[in-house]
Design a protein around this ligand. Structure first.
Ligand SMILES: [Zn+2]
Length: 600
């Protein structure tokens, strides 16, 4: 006996055996009962939901001489003839017979009356695959069909059917099957096969079927062959759940920015023989599940994964953020498009996952958002654990100025410590002032105990330590921190000799974000390198556009206000490589400071 797949072996042959789709079955049965069969039907719906099965039953019922409650009787000459392969019912797979020739052939043959039954039935499966010319030929037939013609078109993609065809058909939509019904169906089949099973295994197979009876049965078939008893473990093996966990591990490294581990994990999976394209698809699907988990309250129900797979997805979701996942998804989806043109897909793939893992090297807005987001999460996490992101020093920043003793206070973080001023009137003020800034935020200085990975890894070109710096003034009041954004800058109270260019830039960036809350400015400023030229803080950019934008009066003013807060009055923005722009008027003003200069 030749092997019959489960799906074909248990294909329903009466309306009663159809799983769900009551709405469709009821309409069709009523039409048979009232002898009001139309001449063209369009069955639409996802694959494996019973379209072809219903079409065959309906064809038999329409031809049957004595239908029983709308179903074929199975005993009349017409039913017997069709069961034996009558010419009255023709099935055409449009996927392989999509040309105009087939449709012309059909048009000719449909004119001959049926041999036994009342109707000559044509079931055209995957009808959306027909060519335009074939559709036109079919349309001619549908426009003036002989009385004995019955067309049943089936498709998974109704949007590809021309409107002229649609309007001539009675459209019936098949729905995905609920898991409960799939489970019940599978249990019935397993009992009939005398196969032992775990309930959990059946549930997992039904879930994997994702609403399609045919898909579920082919998975079930593989599981049945795999082991004597249908156990959950066996089902997991067949479904590749182990694979899923490997992919989840890779995704976890990717989303948490572990570049090295990402490559190792990817290597491990690809070594097993999985194609790059398949792994990419798996990753994208996983990320979309994580997104659902992040956004939807009833994610568990929506995702319909097995318990432990859902736990894996949910753990991933709770360890990351929406921005991170969206950025990763965008990169991977773009890669999916590019991959088909890529001569070295693996390298493209590795570059993409590395890029996801290291948003710090990426300067687009989504990467910046990801980094900001990581910072905020770390802060929140610190707070949750009862740790203040501001190291609790004996002197709180607010009172530090007053309480500052007159001796040198050793800086807290040596590598980021502000240098001692070469000549300071109040050298003891310096570390306190700097402390108030650098202990606070992660942008300028790393919070102790956590890597500044998420903070901008700025490369500062020059660090002219030998530059002479003006002596700081006393009374460093008005320390603008994130908590007190409205503090008036102490205009001109002091310049910033006590911090190097990188630190000044870091604080500047933090204040743009926290005090100014100006995302656009923040983004524009995110790729500058900072160094001192004399007492002028120079900010350089590669981009002529950024340079121009930052030098616009409105932006310039904003930047000025932020720099003033930290006591920097003299700064300039210019394009890297471009000669420093010399404004003759400025030079003039500089040289004749005491005279009012008016430009006419
Ligand atoms: Zn019959």
């Amino acid at each position: 006996m030749s092997h019959l797949s489960l799906y074909r072996r248990f294909r329903p042959d009466t309306f009663e055996k159809i799983v769900r789709q009551e709405h469709v079955v009821r309409i069709l049965k009523n039409q048979i009962k009232s002898d009001a069969v139309g001449h063209a039907y369009l069955f639409t719906g996802p694959r494996g939901t019973g379209k072809t099965s219903v079409a065959r039953i309906f064809a038999r019922a329409a031809c049957c001489e004595h239908p029983v409650d709308g179903s074929p009787c199975g005993t009349c000459p017409s039913c017997l003839a069709i069961a034996a392969g009558s010419l009255d019912v023709t099935e055409i797979d449009a996927a392989s017979n999509n040309g105009v020739g087939e449709m012309r052939d059909l048009r000719e043959k449909v004119q001959y009356p049926p041999v036994t039954g009342k109707y000559k039935v044509y079931i055209i499966d995957e009808v959306h695959m027909l060519t335009d010319a074939a559709f036109n030929a079919l349309l001619k037939t549908l426009e003036e069909p002989p009385a004995h013609a019955l067309f049943i078109l089936a498709t998974t993609e109704p949007q590809k059917i021309p409107a002229t065809i649609l309007s001539r058909c009675m459209r019936l939509d098949f729905k995905l099957l609920p898991e409960k019904d799939l489970e019940a169906h599978l249990r019935g089949i397993l009992r009939e096969l005398h196969k032992e099973y775990d309930d959990e295994a059946v549930a997992a197979i039904a879930r994997a079927g994702a609403g399609s009876d045919r898909d579920m049965l082919s998975i079930a078939e593989a599981c049945i062959v795999y082991s004597d008893k249908l156990t959950y473990a066996a089902v997991c093996e067949v479904l590749g759940a182990a694979d899923f966990r490997e992919t989840a591990r890779l995704a976890k490294f990717m989303l948490s920015g572990k570049g090295g581990e990402v490559l190792t994990a990817a290597e491990g999976i690809l070594k097993e023989g999985k194609a790059v394209g398949v792994l990419l698809k798996d990753l994208i699907e996983l990320l979309s599940r994580v997104t659902v988990c992040l956004l939807c309250g009833d994610a568990e129900k929506l995702l319909s994964l097995s318990r432990d797979l859902y736990d894996t997805v949910s753990a991933l979701a709770s360890s990351t953020s929406r921005e991170t996942v969206l950025r990763a998804t965008e990169i991977l989806v773009r890669l999916e498009n590019e991959l088909r043109f890529s001569s070295s897909p693996r390298i493209s793939f590795e570059a993409a996952i590395l890029r996801i893992a290291s948003p710090a090297d990426d300067l687009d807005v989504s990467a910046l958002r990801t980094r900001l987001d990581a910072l905020e999460r770390e802060l929140a996490d610190l707070k949750e654990r009862g740790m203040s992101p501001i190291p609790t020093s004996p002197k709180a920043p607010e009172t530090a100025e007053m309480a500052a003793p007159k001796q040198e206070i050793p800086p807290k973080s040596p590598e980021k410590a502000p240098e001692a001023p070469s000549e300071g009137d109040f050298p003891d003020e310096e570390p306190v002032f700097a402390e108030a800034y650098f202990s606070d935020g992660p942008v300028g200085a790393p919070v102790p105990g956590q890597e500044s990975k998420a903070a901008p890894n700025r490369e500062v070109k020059q660090e002219p330590k030998e530059e002479p710096r003006p002596a700081p003034k006393a009374e460093p009041k008005a320390e603008p921190t994130a908590e007190e954004p409205k503090t008036e800058p102490s205009k001109g109270a002091r310049s910033a000799p006590h911090m190097n260019a990188e630190q000044a830039y870091g604080i500047f960036m933090r204040n743009v974000r926290k005090t100014l809350r100006n995302g656009v400015l923040f983004t524009m400023c995110s790729d500058l390198s900072a160094f001192y030229e004399g007492t002028t803080l120079v900010l350089e950019t590669e981009s002529p556009n950024v340079c121009m934008a930052l030098n616009r009066a409105d932006n310039r003013k904003l930047m000025e206000s932020v720099f003033l807060q930290i006591g920097i009055e003299d700064f300039t923005v210019r394009q890297r490589g471009a000669a420093p722009k010399v404004d003759p008027v400025e030079v003039l003003k500089q040289n004749f400071q005491d005279y009012p200069i008016e430009i006419k």
